[in-house]
Design a protein around this ligand. Structure first.
Ligand code: NAP
Length: 253
């Protein structure tokens, strides 16, 4: 890609939390493809090593951290240089209907999906790790579960609703520093998390669900390409927005 293109990430460094698999890994690859450097964060070191091996040590590095732990967040942020943007793709899924929900389960999902994002961003901002006044960009991977009520996704949907709401507040607080904050709300994307759906839904139900997607289920790169646009200067006038990525599922009948 031409380094002068507004879509280029050349000369920029981005942190991707959740870079060890699925959407986060695909975002890490797309950042490098567009000329940027990436620092991946996740718990599975072996997977992070594979990411670096694939992308090259000059382009990628990693920090092993569990973002549900304050001490890991502190350590990870300590290790970072000044960055041009942050992507939060770390998260977990839980299927549990209301009558079986427990405080520990809510805590677990809110910790992994919501507290992890907000507390990491708080540290990054507090320690001035995100470049200011240069249209730096934060992208939070929320979920279409914030918009629809899918059975048994109570804890997950609530955590994503909290994340999407937080993003608008954070966008308003950081606008003065010209740091942009946007949220993506994907529907079903073929990753490890999506594979969990086959544990709770019949093959027949899944086939019916898939048939309702005019463009089929999403692939990780469908989210990654949108993310790199939001990280680039090509989107420098876009902030505090939530974009639904669903291949037409919600609106095309
Ligand atoms: N796939 C979908 O259909 C879909 C739809 C909408 C939104 N999303 C969202 O997209 C994001 C990525 O999910 P995915 O589908 O790509 O699934 P995935 O492959 O399971 O990715 C989840 C990522 O989060 C990381 N992670 C989880 N807990 C963590 C923790 N405590 N600390 C640090 N990293 C942690 C995992 O790494 P380690 O296990 O190595 O820590 C992994 O890299 C999630 O937030 C998910 O809610 C997914």
């Amino acid at each position: 890609m031409d380094q002068n293109s507004p879509f280029s990430l050349s000369g920029k460094i981005f942190v991707v939390a959740g870079a060890s698999s699925g959407i986060g890994l695909s975002i890490a690859k797309a950042v490098v493809q567009c000329g940027g450097k990436v620092i991946g964060i996740a718990r599975r070191e072996e997977k992070l090593r594979e990411m670096v091996a694939e992308l090259g040590e000059g382009n990628a590095s990693y920090i092993k951290a569990d973002l549900t732990k304050d001490e890991d967040i502190q350590r990870a942020v300590d290790m970072l240089p000044e960055i041009n943007g942050y992507v939060h793709a770390a998260g977990i899924l839980l299927h549990q209907p209301l009558k079986f929900i427990k405080r520990e389960l809510l805590d677990q999902v809110m910790n992994a999906n919501y507290y992890s994002a907000v507390l990491t961003l708080s540290e990054l901002v507090k320690r001035k790790k995100i470049r200011r006044n240069l249209y730096s960009s934060i992208v939070l991977i929320s979920s279409i579960s914030n918009q629809v009520g899918s059975k048994s996704l109570l804890a997950y949907s609530s955590s994503k609703g909290a994340m999407s709401a937080a993003a608008r507040v954070i966008a308003s607080e950081l606008a003065i520093q010209k740091i942009r904050v946007n949220t993506l709300e994907p529907a079903m994307v073929m990753t490890d998390i999506a594979a969990q759906a086959s544990e709770v839904h019949s093959a027949e139900a899944l086939a019916k669900d898939a048939a309702a997607y005019p463009f089929g289920y999403g692939l990780p790169e469908d989210i990654a390409y949108c993310t790199v646009f939001l990280l680039s200067d090509a989107s420098k006038w876009i902030t505090a927005q939530t974009l639904t990525l669903d291949g037409g599922w919600r609106t095309i009948v």
